[in-house]
Design a protein around this ligand. Sequence first.
Ligand SMILES: [Zn+2]
Ligand SMILES: [Zn+2]
Length: 593
Amino acid sequence: MKHILKFKLAVLALLVLTISCSRVKTEITTRELSDHIKYLSSDSLRGRLTGTPGDSLAAEYIRARLSGYGLVPLSGDGLQRFKVTDKVIAGKDNALVVNGTSLTSGEDFTPVAFSGNGTARAEVVFAGYGFSIDTDSLKWDDYKGIDVKDKWVMILRSDPEPDNQKSKFAPYSNDRNKAMIARDNGAAGVLLVSGQSFDNSDSFDPLEKSGFSVGIPVFRIKRGVADAILSLKKQNIIDIEKKLNTLRKPSGVETGTIIEGRSEILNYLANTRNVVMLLPGEDESLSNEYLIFGAHFDHLGMGGPGSSSRAVDTVGVHHGADDNASGVAMLLEMAGKFAGTKGSHKRSLVFIAFTGEEVGMFGSKHFTDNPVINLSDVDAMVNFDMVGRLKDTKEFQVGGVGTADSLKERAIAVADTNLLKLTFTEEGSGPSDHSAFYSKDIPVLYFTTGAHEDYHTPSDTWEKINFKGMVNEGNLIFRMTSELANEPLKLKFKEAGPKEDPNRPPRRKGITLGFMPDVTGSISNGLKVEAVTPGKPGAIGGLKKGDIITSIEGKVVNNIEDYMFRMTQVKKGQTITVEVLRNGKKEVLIVKL
Ligand SMILES: [Zn+2]
Ligand SMILES: [Zn+2]
């Protein structure tokens, strides 16, 4: 008897458990939102940096929740795998021999992240600050009167006014740009040295996390090494810096010292993945069309140098509860609500959690380049990035409403103004993953509660999330998108602003060819054009999607950094030549800026 009772209880318990596990979810709840956000922003995921174990754990969590709601992989196992640059380190093969003495890498000299790999034995020419400035108000050419062809060029870092933030020299003081100018002048390698008034401690920074090679060896050297190189001329770098900062004119000199240098920079790739899951449409004829929901799940990891943390001096878990565990929680809750609500979606819904957003929107770009489904069957893309900080003003921002007719009116129609005060922006591009979809002519909606003082700092934690606010946001988004998922006609794409991401260069001096570049660094002998903005100089000059820009004004362009630098050297109104590779063939375009 007792045994039978026990058995019955066990069966009952199992039944209750089964029912509660497969319970159909219909409501967005503060409880579930907070569960998702607490886990994703927990210390154990260590800030979910792309390519780290935390990134992978987050992806597994998201996939498990989505399949728990009944979603199926859009393809394969639901993880869309790819590689990203993880770190740049100095290899073992870095050497510098000065006056017959082998110096120690890391102590006397160090390669920089943007150094090319190679060897050069040649004389060192000192080229002051390495400037080549020719503007109406400022002229300073350190290369005038010296020949650096096939030589090492030694350059002082920074500029004659290192403490002046608004110095007219500031735009020319960047190390990489100086190395590019040296290379343009034929240099075999570059030695960068800090003057005393620029950096009294004369210390080396850790290598940056990514570096686009300038193609020739580039070393930072200590002042003592610079002095050894200058010894034949009986000069030293501290005196030279003083003289340059007072006299303010070029003073290049051949040092007579021959050095031998060898550089090795290693780029490591890391594995990462988007999570891409499908909720099939309920209507046979509309289920071959899609509404895409997206949110990035990666964040800044432990922050530190080279990351986009705003707390530059702190290394610690960047929890990213609002950015963007909140968006992921919204994504999961939305998936659950759609899956549990009959009649909510005639179209198929694709839920994508993106990785790689913080390091360059790599995940969304990877998906739009390798979409699995036909992008022309996509009705709209709905992006959540930082939706957890609804303020007392209840202001909720809806971006991208200019990318199809009536999006704004639809949002207003379903909003309860007691709960949310909607504000709108028209542009299809913005600082998040929807930009990649907009550039493929897909209508987008971008929901966010906006930036705040904890943005990109370790103090973006779950305690500060407005969960009730998120429920109200979620209900509005559900009403609006369910309408989109059910109506007979697909949205019609409308152009709304440039297809470049406004947060991404080139933007210096406002001169641009007008295109969205491929920033993944997957090709190293040019810059690939992902999309061309109609009406901009590039489009007018014949630039086409898929072109690989290899030079501007006859000067080499190997990557995005090179391109940005070249664009700082041209002027508005100028006519320039742009060399591109198109279907493997060289073409020269004439572009009026
Ligand atoms: Zn974000
Ligand atoms: Zn962010």
